[in-house]
Each structure stands twice: as structure tokens, then as C-alpha cells.
Design a protein around this ligand. Structure first.
Ligand SMILES: Cc1cc2nc3c(=O)[nH]c(=O)nc-3n(C[C@H](O)[C@H](O)[C@H](O)COP(=O)(O)O)c2cc1C
Length: 147
């Protein structure tokens, strides 16, 4: 059982790369962590974790259809009230993906404990640091809840 689960969607690898930075940040916090592609993530992955971090590319001004389907079905089934979390994304032109994903997480009852990070495609060292910081914060909050 992991304190935190990171669930991401990625077609060409940019969001996956961001997810690896978030993973490194959660590990720095000392929390246990699982990382899953959205196709592989289960209701139980969410149910068992105290913290949930979702990541998606911007696809047509929104977060991806796969991630939207995950949020509306498995996330809701896992009853994520009382969980802490955060969101991240990648984009090329505009940043609506992150705003919408954060909004939907809030609506489903997740308490966002770190500011979301949207990475312009490949990002750089500075953004990598912010992604790790996001992971660390969620890890720390999740550990408090596991204690
Ligand atoms: C079908 C498609 C639609 C996209 N639509 C948008 C968009 O509306 N706005 C935007 O900023 N980027 C858009 N992008 C760019 C992706 O968000 C960006 O390249 C992202 O980093 C891809 O993430 P990935 O490598 O994890 O798949 C689109 C990419 C694809 C393939």
C-alpha cells in the first residue's frame, strides 16, 4: 500500500517525464509511492492512498479524454474525500488542462495541498524543481495522514 499514487496520461512522453520528477519529490518526503499510467490505474490504487496526484497533457483545450474518463468513473468510485492531492500537466499553447483538472479534483472532494504545475512541453531545470516540490508537499501531507 502506498501513501501516494501518481496517475498520469502521456502520448509522446512529456507528461511522463514530468511525472518522474513528481515521483522523485514524493520519494524525498519519505512517503511510499506508486506511479501508474492512467490505463493501468484502478479504483483500489486511489482508495488505498492518502494522497493522489494526477497529470495530463493539454489535448484540445482540456485535460485528456482518458484522464477525464478516469476522474468521472474510478476516482469517483474510490470516494476521494479526505484525500490530499495536486495536479500537473504539459501543454504547447494554452493552459486550460491544469485549471480544469484541478477544478474537477476539488469537485470530487480532494484537498489540493500544492499549487499545480503546467510544463511547457519539455520544460527545464527550474520547472523540474517545482515538480519535485509539488511531489514533496503531497508526500508530506499524506504521511501526516498515515501516522
Ligand atoms: C491531438 C493533440 C491536441 C493537442 N491540443 C493542445 C491544445 O489544445 N493546447 C495545447 O497547449 N497543447 C495541445 N497539444 C500539445 C500537447 O499538450 C503537448 O505536446 C504535450 O506536452 C504532450 O504531452 P505528452 O508528450 O505527455 O503526450 C495537443 C497535442 C495533441 C497530440
Amino acid at each position: 500500500m502506498a501513501d501516494v499514487v501518481i496517475i498520469y496520461d502521456s502520448r509522446t512522453g512529456n507528461t511522463e517525464k514530468a511525472a518522474r520528477e513528481v515521483l522523485a519529490g514524493v520519494m524525498e518526503s519519505g512517503a511510499s509511492v506508486d506511479i501508474k499510467k492512467v490505463d493501468e490505474a484502478t479504483v483500489d490504487d486511489v482508495r488505498r492512498a492518502k494522497g493522489i496526484i494526477l497529470g495530463s497533457p493539454n489535448i484540445n483545450d482540456n485535460y485528456s479524454a482518458k484522464m477525464r474518463s478516469f476522474v468521472e468513473t474510478k476516482l469517483v468510485q474510490a470516494k476521494p474525500h479526505e484525500k490530499v492531492g495536486a495536479a500537473f500537466g504539459t501543454y504547447k499553447w494554452n493552459m486550460d488542462n491544469l485549471k480544469r483538472l484541478e477544478n474537477d479534483l476539488r469537485w470530487k472532494g480532494v484537498r489540493l495541498v500544492a499549487e499545480g504545475i503546467n510544463v511547457h512541453r519539455h520544460g527545464d531545470g527550474e520547472v523540474a524543481k517545482k515538480l519535485r516540490e509539488l511531489g514533496r508537499k503531497v508526500g508530506e501531507e499524506a504521511r501526516k495522514r498515515s501516522a
